[in-house]
Design a protein around this ligand. Structure first.
Ligand SMILES: C[S@@+](CC[C@H](N)C(=O)[O-])C[C@H]1O[C@@H](n2cnc3c(N)ncnc32)[C@H](O)[C@@H]1O
Length: 244
């Protein structure tokens, strides 16, 4: 009879390899494809077709004068639960419209402004110099990784950005890792339930869809503020006991 020797190191390696394969399989299985809609990429996540990324040539639309009134941006920022020392991230920061408003709320803290387009980050760097703002840190992320420190953030804000992430599952998992236990995500998306909101179909989301996608990440829905004219302002929390 052949005697196999138990090697604890090999066993640990095997378990790690199996776990990694399972994680990779889960992430890949999360997506299906379909013929692309006019504003979509033909990739479907949890029943939702992902929208096309807004290019940097659309930057001026983000800074349009009527935005504050159309979207109630002051009210949005006022509703964010931030203390002066907090660390926050603005993922899909674009021109930094919200990054700088967050920075003013955390004068002794910091704001990571993350985007995948260097052109957007260049705009933010220019505004930092002009306004002599030192607590905004630009980060060039990838489509699947916001490149944020782990267990470090009190709040992650995403305004009109999440619906165009090409890898929402991977981005979501990375965001959960970046949040401190008890930290929150503020997810702001145009209301898909409301035909009067003048935004392309795939650039809107229903509250039910957002809740489904955040629940898949292990996040707990906290509340949805209904005061904004066009958008849902939804808060989700990382469980207090979770290190990752
Ligand atoms: C419609 S703009 C919104 C910008 C900003 N949040 C605002 O409301 O003014 C969406 C931004 O998300 C960025 N984006 C898309 N996918 C991303 C990803 N995976 N990680 C980080 N940023 C992403 C785009 O490059 C774009 O600048």
């Amino acid at each position: 009879m052949m005697h196999l020797r138990f090697n604890p190191r090999s066993a640990v390696r095997l378990i790690l390899a199996i776990s990694l394969a399972a994680v990779l399989a889960t992430a890949q299985d999360a997506y299906t494809t379909k013929p692309p809609s006019s504003d979509g990429i033909g990739k479907v996540y949890m029943g939702r077709e992902i929208a096309q990324v807004m290019g940097h040539l659309g930057a001026s639309w983000l800074e349009r004068g009527e935005r504050a009134q159309e979207e109630g941006t002051e009210l949005l920022v006022k509703n964010l639960p931030l203390k002066p020392t907090d660390a926050a991230a603005d993922i899909g920061a674009g021109t930094g419209y919200f990054s700088f408003r967050l920075a003013a709320k955390v004068p002794s803290g910091k704001v990571y402004a993350v985007d995948i387009q260097q052109e957007m980050l260049d705009i933010i760097e220019g505004r930092k110099r002009t306004g002599q703002v030192s607590n905004v840190i630009t980060v060039l992320g990838t489509e699947s990784d916001p490149k944020l420190p782990e267990n470090a953030l009190d709040l992650i804000l995403m305004v009109d950005a999440y619906h165009e992430f090409n890898y929402p599952r991977e981005m979501g998992e990375a965001m959960v890792r970046a949040l401190k236990p008890g930290g929150r995500i503020a997810l702001v998306e145009y209301r898909s339930e409301d035909d009067a909101v003048p935004i392309k179909r795939l650039h809107k989301m229903t509250e039910a869809q957002a809740k489904k996608e955040m629940a898949a990440l292990g996040l707990t829905w906290v509340e949805t503020k209904a005061e904004l004219p066009w958008q849902h302002l939804m808060f989700f929390q990382k469980p207090s006991g979770a290190a990752h």
